[in-house]
Design a binder for this molecule. Structure first.
Ligand code: NGQ
Ligand code: ZN
Length: 476
């Protein structure tokens, strides 16, 4: 029998990338060793060339991207909330439409929508998703026989699609600040901290050591939890897994800021930073409306700001103060949220464009920052920082082409005209700013190819038929 070291070496395989985006920037002749467990064993730049048996990747290679915020069911609503209603439309009127939609969701439909969505996301270069899941109960508010039924449908969908997932069962206890009872149309969301922690345990059992599944929690928002339940939830999670992710929606709308000040005398981000141990485990989703002091304090906390540019634009939220936040060393990532976009390049483009529109300048997200060596190329900077921040938010070792991380990678189409005659930073800039969809050709998650030549296994197995069936039921 060979020595264990030899056997491990024998089970290691290699990809050779002509060009790849490494933590220190673009590199040439990169040889990537992938171990049998689906991790990067080694990533070496400037090698002599491919060796016999290497899988040669002629297109530019980037790390897989994490989507740090998803409500999968909302994928089926994309385009359904774009007609003016009787009053003046805003975030809150959109939410009423969303509640009407969620009332019809079944476990089968939730699964079909999520699986379809996750395949779409993979095709565009997302390799992992944080599912912020709050629809726990039947439409009448009673629990399913297995209370984590709907949560676990998302785990099943992710596994069939082949995307890595961080499951975040959501505590949604109240309808507003001051522990107001849930409205009837929120009856599917309600639970107490103990019930959410039981879902964490159920999800951990179902995941059973799978390196591509992580479980954390999400207090929905400061509107939906009181201080005591929030403390109980965070303490309970710490007892199960001391480094597990904690995500929360915060300061997305100015009304929430005003209501928070009225309820506690503090703004939402300010309240959270002074009442919770906000650190690297935390992801503050949106955090749109902050003062300069809150922006700097959030950056110092080590938490990730979860930015969802397409949804924030769709809902009329506002613009996150990204240049100031980055200047203070803040970490950030991107999320598809309501999934009006499933494309990380598009999210990143919208993120930079929002800053340009607000500040009337160009090339704002560039240069060095915490966790990034800094490139003057906006595309390189955006992809590198969002991948690293997303990895932190998901609590998953990913987000860079580096030894020790999960082997997630994206190869762009070497034949694409928009990538032609370009090198290095110009490739990332073309990916983000050419506006051409479909530049991603091959996608690997945890050492497994899940998209090859733009095809996914489910393309031939009726994955989209189940989605269409769910749409017929939901939109009838
Ligand atoms: C959600 N979506 O949980 O789906 C929320 C709307 C709420 C965004 N915040 C519900 N974008 O915030 O109350
Ligand atoms: Zn959300």
């Amino acid at each position: 029998m060979p020595a264990p070291g030899l056997r491990a070496a024998a089970m290691t395989r290699h990809c050779f990338a002509a060009r790849a985006l490494l933590p220190a920037g673009w590199a040439r002749n990169v040889r990537i060793a992938i171990d049998a467990a689906g991790g990067f064993a080694d990533v070496a730049a400037d090698t002599a060339g491919p060796r016999p048996g290497d899988e040669v990747l002629p297109g530019p290679v980037l790390p897989g991207m994490a989507s740090l915020h998803s409500h999968a069911f909302q994928r089926a609503m994309a385009g359904m909330a774009e007609t003016r209603g009787p009053g003046s439309d805003d975030f809150w009127s959109w939410r009423e439409l969303m509640y009407r939609f969620v009332a019809r969701l079944t476990p089968q439909a939730a699964f079909a929508i999520a699986r379809h969505l996750y395949v779409e996301m993979l095709r565009n270069g997302y390799t992992a998703v944080a599912e912020f899941h709050y629809v726990h109960r039947r439409p009448d508010g009673t629990a399913y026989a297995a209370p984590a039924e709907l949560l676990l449908r998302h785990l099943a969908a992710a596994r069939e699609a082949g995307i890595a997932i961080t499951l975040l069962p959501v505590l949604y206890r109240w309808s507003d600040f001051g522990a107001r009872p849930l409205q009837p149309r929120q009856a599917r969301f309600g639970n107490d901290p103990a019930a959410i922690l039981a879902m964490v345990e159920a999800a951990r059992r179902a995941a059973a050591g799978d390196a591509d599944v992580r479980v954390g929690v999400a207090p929905h928002s400061l509107r939906a939890v009181d201080a005591a339940s929030l403390r109980e939830l965070v303490a309970g999670l710490e007892a199960i897994d001391a480094s597990a992710p904690i995500h929360i929606h915060v300061a997305e709308q100015t009304k929430e800021v005003d209501d928070s000040v009225a309820a506690s005398g503090s703004r939402p981000v300010e309240w959270l930073l002074s009442n919770q141990p906000v650190d690297r485990r935390w992801c503050l989703v949106h955090a749109t409306h902050m003062t300069a002091d809150e922006t700097a304090a959030l950056a110092r906390s080590g938490a990730v700001a979860g930015l969802c540019p397409s949804t924030e634009a769709n809902l009329g939220d506002g613009i996150f103060p990204l240049p100031d936040y980055r200047a203070a060393g803040g970490r950030w990532g991107i999320g598809g949220d309501s999934h009006v976009s499933r494309d990380p390049a598009e999210e990143l483009r919208l993120l930079e464009y929002g800053q340009r529109l607000a500040l009337r300048r160009r090339n704002l997200v560039a240069g060095g920052a915490v966790g990034s060596p800094g490139s003057d190329a906006v595309g390189t900077t955006l992809w590198t920082e969002a991948a690293a921040g997303g990895a932190q938010a998901l609590g998953r070792p990913m987000g860079a082409l580096a030894a020790g991380l999960r082997a997630d990678l994206v190869e762009l189409d070497p034949g694409a005209a928009d990538l032609h005659a370009r090198e290095d930073d110009a490739l990332a800039n073309a990916l983000v700013f050419s506006g051409t969809p479909g530049l991603v050709r091959n996608v690997m998650v945890g050492g497994r190819w899940v998209v090859r030549e733009r095809r996914h296994r489910l393309d031939d197995e009726g994955g989209e038929d189940a989605y269409r069936q769910a749409l017929r039921m939901l939109l009838a």
